[in-house]
Ligand binder design. Structure first.
Ligand SMILES: [Zn+2]
Length: 333
């Protein structure tokens, strides 16, 4: 791994100390039966409304910084602040309108975010209470205000208030993976893309202009998001055979998340249609039912299948396909 990548990992570790916690297989498309759709009918437009509070960190470390846009305020003209506001609204809407959740804590908590966090800061994070976004140094990263990244950070909040997943080893990689899933679903829903039309990239376009890479992570083909002298090689495996045992990165939480990420991708593309509907609901329901902060990949796979059985019927084709998806990444349950 290149030095810079190691440095990045170190930086990620440092950030986590500062806060509480940051082979494609040809898949046939499958049409859902009307009965299956009815069983998990969308909840429709909810009456739930966000309470966004966007701050300017003024390139300093203090949080939250200066409040510059509250809910209902007109645009600030500060691009990062307006993007953070809009993106937070889309993430809120995914959870509210699709899954019936009222904000990150399901109790209407304000969505607090800080843009311009520190100077040349190469990260974004959820600190247990709020989101913060660096601008990037313009070299490794050009921005962190991209919809799947915002969705990822806010999903860490949802995970925290859903019973949590300990941020190390397999449970930590699940925390990362579930954040990627809902990050990607926010983007797919925002663009109205079906599973087979989506690129399944997390953080597309956030890498610096000279970095050889498309995104931070690929759920479709983990390990292929970037390959660069400065950033190193995307270290993500997609199969348990290549599970990385390491003490870096809190036990590989950003590395091994490629495995459950790929299982979700396989399931969603097998199923076809809009991934935030049935697959997203199954993942969301599983997260609400898990009640095990130290869950392993198999525990989580098991929970998602239980959730599929509950939402789509015992032994449904969805549950069968989901089991197949887990098996394809080396998790047999
Ligand atoms: Zn994360």
């Amino acid at each position: 791994m290149a030095d810079m990548a190691r440095k990045l990992l170190k930086q990620n570790e440092k950030v986590r100390e500062e806060r509480a916690e940051m082979t494609d297989i040809g898949a046939p498309h499958h049409e859902l039966s009307p009965a299956a759709l009815n069983r998990i009918a969308a909840q429709g437009e909810s009456k739930l409304k966000p309470d966004r509070q966007i701050h300017d960190g003024q390139y300093k470390a203090a949080l939250p910084g200066k409040l510059i846009r509250s809910e209902g305020d007109t645009e600030t003209g500060i691009a990062d602040a307006d993007t953070a506001y809009d993106a937070a609204g889309q993430v809120f809407s995914l959870f509210a309108d699709e899954y019936g959740r009222n904000s990150l804590d399901d109790d209407g908590m304000p969505l607090v975010a800080t843009v311009h966090h520190r100077r040349n800061y190469n990260n974004a994070f959820w600190d247990g209470k709020q989101m913060a976004y660096g601008t990037g140094d313009g070299k490794l990263f050009r921005t962190f205000l991209e919809l799947s990244v915002v969705g990822h950070e806010m999903a860490h909040g949802v995970i925290q208030y859903s019973g949590g997943l300990l941020y190390e080893n397999q449970s930590g990689a699940l925390n990362e993976s579930i954040a990627d899933v809902f990050g990607s679903l926010t983007l797919q829903r925002g663009l109205a893309l079906e599973a087979h039309e989506a690129d399944w990239l997390v953080g597309r376009g956030i890498l610096g202009p000279d970095i050889n890479g498309a995104a931070l992570r690929s759920m479709k083909a983990p390990g292929t998001a970037y390959s660069d002298d400065l950033l190193g090689q995307d270290p993500q495996p997609w199969h348990m055979d290549h599970f990385v045992v390491t003490t870096d990165d809190n036990g590989g939480v950003h590395i091994n998340s490629g495995i459950p990420n790929h299982a979700f991708y396989l399931f969603a593309t097998y199923l076809g249609g809009k991934a935030w509907e049935i697959p997203g609901r199954i993942w969301y329901h599983a997260l609400q039912s898990l009640n095990n902060p130290m869950a392993s990949f198999s525990d989580w796979a098991d929970q998602t299948i239980k959730s599929a059985n509950e939402l789509t019927g015992n032994g449904s084709s969805e549950a069968v396909m989901l089991r197949r998806a887990w098996k394809l990444v080396g998790i047999a349950i």
